[in-house]
Design a protein around this ligand. Structure first.
Ligand code: MG
Length: 471
């Protein structure tokens, strides 16, 4: 289930002598170039993201404050790229299976190309370079851990190219979308050219979208109040014959409860259009285990109903001493007794599955502990991390794609949370639209490394833009 991590090493130690100013800080889409590169690598799921700084690091460091990166210093940056590679590799934790290496100044790289390199490496291992045999090849490139010692022993400005030559017959290639991907910023003229080229790259037209994955709370309604555009949105989806799934991390309710809530707002839909993290957990279990498996479950109606509906033997007795799985969803009757039982079962070999990672849950009395808090207690007690079903992990979105029969390229994700809804969509290569009618506001967006393709005030504005896009 969980794939071995691929790290990113962003080489950003150079002096930019011909630019006259640190190129790491050049403006790219309204933010420093180095921030743009960090966001892109982190958004596609590379982890950890290691940034190697050298020249001008005192000026560059403040731009990286608060970003999810590990920063290392190459004090010998004048010796060339190899010294930076060495420092970057030394910073990687032992569980990293491979490293994607890229220079900070190839701004026309796309998330799709990075994902292509990652997918190819997962199939072939070894070394994966950008380009094609007999044509231009170069960075970014992915190296398996077995090559790290050789990479670290290179010297001067040779970088990974020396290994490309040494292992030429065994190289694997991922084609680049266009040759400009290889262009690095060396002079002010090149910088201007690349900015012009990037200006023409706009998000793909919404007219190509065939399926919609839409979050509910903060998008369709807030509390019991429908949000602007709710009716227009459903009318538009019917008129365009779009497939859709309403996806929520909330594990406590059943799909029927959401259908009824929508009916109360004048919207007709069916339970097949609703996917909760409880159902996601039950559907995931079906794929790995026959339905008669014994499951100790913590959670409310949503969790219990979903598991029983798929034929699982659901155990809730605290004296339970054998189970194949422990499924943990949000439970307002969570107790020390349940925690103890789940701990015992997981320690005895049951697989640990959690519906969703949300740490808190908003109520009238303020934020109260969410399922993530329960899961954290179990993680500490068992020393194990769960298989996580909810967003931003891919399980729920993959299930929604299967239901609709659409591909990531023709699917739009709509949500109000950057760190779950939008990040999950970006990781799977789907178009994403953030609505500012829920949790994330313009300030959250500015401060976040997660970049949705589009931002709207609410669903109403989204529908209006979509209609214009399709005319
Ligand atoms: Mg939401």
């Amino acid at each position: 289930m969980s794939e071995k991590p691929i790290a990113a090493i962003i080489l950003a130690a150079g002096e930019s002598a011909r630019m006259g100013a640190p190129k790491q800080l050049l403006n790219w889409n309204g933010r420093p170039l180095i921030v743009h590169m960090v966001e892109m690598t982190w958004n596609v799921g590379l982890t950890p993201v290691v940034v190697v700084l050298g020249a001008h690091s005192d000026q560059i460091l403040p731009a990286l404050a608060g970003l999810p990166v590990q920063i290392v210093q190459n004090y010998r940056w004048q010796e060339g790229m190899s010294a930076s590679l060495n420092v970057g590799l030394a910073a990687l934790p032992p569980d990293v299976a491979a490293a994607l290496i890229l220079p900070v100044d190839q701004p026309l790289l796309t998330p799709g190309h990075l994902r292509g390199l990652m997918a190819q490496w997962r199939q072939t291992h070894g070394i994966v370079v950008s380009g094609a045999p007999g044509e231009r090849r170069g960075t970014p490139a992915v190296f398996s851990r077995e090559f790290f010692p050789e990479l670290a022993s290179l010297s001067g400005d040779m970088g990974g190219r020396a290994l490309f030559d040494r292992y030429a017959p065994q190289l694997n290639y991922t084609p680049v979308p266009n040759a400009e991907v290889f262009t690095d910023i060396d002079t002010p003229e090149v910088y201007t050219q690349l900015r012009e080229a990037a200006g023409t790259a706009r998000p793909p037209s919404l007219s190509a979208i065939r399926g919609v994955i839409c979050d509910m709370d903060g998008v369709l309604w807030r509390g019991n109040t429908p949000l602007p555009g709710l009716h227009e949105f459903f009318t538009w989806m019917h008129a365009r014959n779009l497939k859709y799934v309403l996806v929520t991390n909330n594990s406590s309710r059943t799909p029927q409860m959401y259908v009824e809530k929508l009916a109360g707002m004048g919207i007709t839909t069916t339970p097949e259009h609703v996917l909760t993290s409880s159902q996601g957990a039950a559907d995931y279990l079906i794929t790995v285990q026959p339905p008669d498996a014994a499951v100790y479950a913590i959670g409310g109606t949503g969790v219990m109903d979903a598991l029983r509906a798929r034929g699982f033997q659901v155990l809730t007795d605290d004296a339970t001493d054998q189970a194949d799985y422990v499924v943990v969803g949000w439970d307002q009757q969570f107790s020390w007794r349940k925690l103890a039982t789940a701990t015992r079962l997981i320690r005895a070999g049951a697989q640990f599955i959690a519906t969703n990672p949300d740490r808190t849950y908003p109520t009238e009395e303020g934020l109260v502990p969410g399922n993530g808090a329960q899961v954290a207690a179990l993680e500490v007690a068992t020393g194990q991390a769960p298989v996580m079903i909810g967003k931003p992990e891919p399980v729920l979105y993959e299930q929604a794609l299967t239901r609709m029969g659409t591909t990531p390229e023709t699917t739009l994700v709509i949500g109000d949370r950057l760190d779950t809804d939008i990040l999950g969509g970006i990781r799977l290569g789907m178009s994403s639209a953030l609505v500012l009618s829920g949790v994330s506001d313009a300030e959250t967006l500015r401060a976040s490394p997660i970049r949705p393709d589009r931002v709207f005030a609410n669903l109403l504005e989204l529908v209006q833009v979509w209609q214009e896009d399709t005319l």
